[in-house]
Design a protein around this ligand. Structure first.
Ligand SMILES: *Cc1c(COP(=O)(O)O)cnc(C)c1O
Length: 461
């Protein structure tokens, strides 16, 4: 059965502008813009309602793992729909949730032994924060201490848009306006070598930034519930790739102070950084692991918070009941699609295919590394990014800010015309292809972006 739209493109846009409100959108601008109206997708290609085909350069904002209209995923969805679409997980269970739970625990770092479902990354982070708090409170009570109530997270960190997650986030542009509403984390500098927080030069810095973070853990240990970070890659903060060893040292620092370590792998989980979970690359075993985004291959909203048996037992003892749940907790359609996603990921050995795809992007971007307008080309797993810098000191972009952002936005419009849909993050341009993208498709994405940037840099004011 196939669905044929009954509205024209113009009608859809008119109604959208009149009635809807878009996330992370300057709506005054949106009302004037001519955004893509997506009609369908296949593999890593999207087709808009003008029939214009575009490569999905962000994997639909980091969720799409195996391409669009994946037959195995479509089948899993339809099979489950033939049984039941949803029934509550409060007071009942079902096979899909159980099978997926077993699967997640078998894949996750050892020591994680319980799965709590939710339906998006932000709420899965909130759940991790609440569980960490309950476990830390339990421990403080046993020691006759008052419960800790702060988290330590990183500058330019992003953990979602619900208020607990906003408190743990530290991206000025997203989070500053909500300051009065949230309890902010204690922060440590982001380990961003391109803008080293300590002004050091690599090599030879010896990860002094990790020592700063660990010192901060030590200084605040009595107030801290947990350390909450995005391991290896701070995606929303500007595709910041951590220097090797930072993650292990930070986790070790938390451990030696007896502070829980929460890995927010909502963006990094399921292969994005080259291993199934980013934590694996530095042998880190978190106390809580948060997953979402790619869990269902980009099909349906589903997230999960995994924790150790120790945390589970602490909360089971006191308060006994975890008062948290959502209407769509463990939605059966989403669980079945997630299972199918993990099966395909394994069967097609997609992790093993990443280095070749990344190498193709790197090769395609080779000329950019010598371009004065491009800086800090970085790759990790199947993530590739670079920053634009003002073409000349006297140019309109010299002081960065609004003009530079406007410029990257326009580059995004041009790549779209040329068949590549991207979404710049401030001065950062990046590609996050579905892991199922072919080497060839990765090459085309990289080439379109390179050529567009080269031509924009040659004609910029
Ligand atoms: C996207 C993201 C979230 C929030 O997930 P949503 O499903 O958008 O609520 C949380 N943490 C990280 C690291 C993310 O990238």
């Amino acid at each position: 059965m196939s669905h044929h739209p009954s509205m024209t493109r113009a009608e859809i846009l008119r109604s959208d502008r009149e009635n809807l409100w878009h996330p992370f959108a300057d709506m005054a601008r949106w009302e004037r813009e001519d955004p893509p109206v997506i009609g369908s997708g296949e593999g890593v290609w999207l087709t808009d309602m003008n029939g214009h085909r575009m490569l999905d350069g962000t994997a639909s904002l980091w969720v799409n793992l195996l391409g669009h209209r994946r037959p195995e995923l479509d089948r899993a969805l339809l099979d489950q729909a033939g049984l039941i679409a949803h029934s509550t997980f409060l007071g009942a269970t079902h096979e899909g949730a159980v099978l997926l739970g077993e699967k997640l625990l078998s894949l996750a770092p050892p020591g994680l032994s319980r799965v709590f479902y939710s339906d998006n990354g932000s709420t899965a982070v909130e759940i991790a924060m609440k569980l960490a708090f309950l476990a830390a409170k339990h421990r403080a009570k046993k020691r006759g201490q008052s419960p800790p109530s702060r988290f330590l997270s990183l500058e330019r960190g992003y953990h979602g848009d619900t208020l607990g997650a906003v408190g743990a986030g530290a991206i000025e542009r997203f989070h500053a306006v909500f300051g009065p509403l949230v309890r902010p984390s204690i922060t440590a500098p982001a380990p961003d070598c391109a803008h080293c927080p300590l002004g050091l030069v690599r090599p030879g810095c010896d990860l002094a930034c990790a020592d700063v973070a660990v010192d901060r853990i030590r200084a605040h240990r009595d107030e801290l519930v947990a350390v909450l970070v995005e391991p290896l890659l701070q995606a929303a903060g500007g595709m910041i790739v951590w220097p090797k060893g930072y993650l292990a040292r930070l986790a070790q620092g938390a451990r030696s102070e007896g502070i829980l370590f929460v890995a927010d792998e909502v963006a990094t989980g399921f292969g994005r950084t080259g291993t199934l979970f980013a934590c694996e690359q530095e042998g880190v075993i978190p106390d809580l692991l948060v997953v979402g985004k790619a869990l269902t291959g980009g099909y349906l909203p589903l997230a999960a918070t995994l924790c150790t048996e120790r945390i589970y037992r602490a909360v089971r003892e006191d308060p006994g009941t975890f008062y948290h749940g959502h209407s769509y907790t463990a939605n059966p359609l989403a669980c079945r699609v997630a299972l199918a996603t993990l099966e395909v990921l394994e069967r097609e050995k997609l992790l093993a295919s990443i280095p070749e795809k990344r190498a193709r992007i790197e090769r395609e971007w080779g000329p950019l590394s010598r371009h004065p307008g491009v800086r800090n080309i970085r790759t990790l797993g199947l993530v590739a990014a670079f920053d634009l810098r003002p073409p000349s000191p006297g140019s309109a972009f010299a002081n960065g800010g609004a003009a530079l952002l406007e410029w990257t936005r326009r580059i995004g419009e041009r790549t779209r015309e040329r068949g590549l849909l991207i979404r710049p993050l401030g001065p950062t341009l990046y590609l996050i292809p579905a892991l199922s993208a072919t080497v060839e498709e990765c090459g085309i994405m990289a080439r379109i972006l390179r050529e567009t940037v080269e031509s924009a840099l040659s004609t910029s004011p």
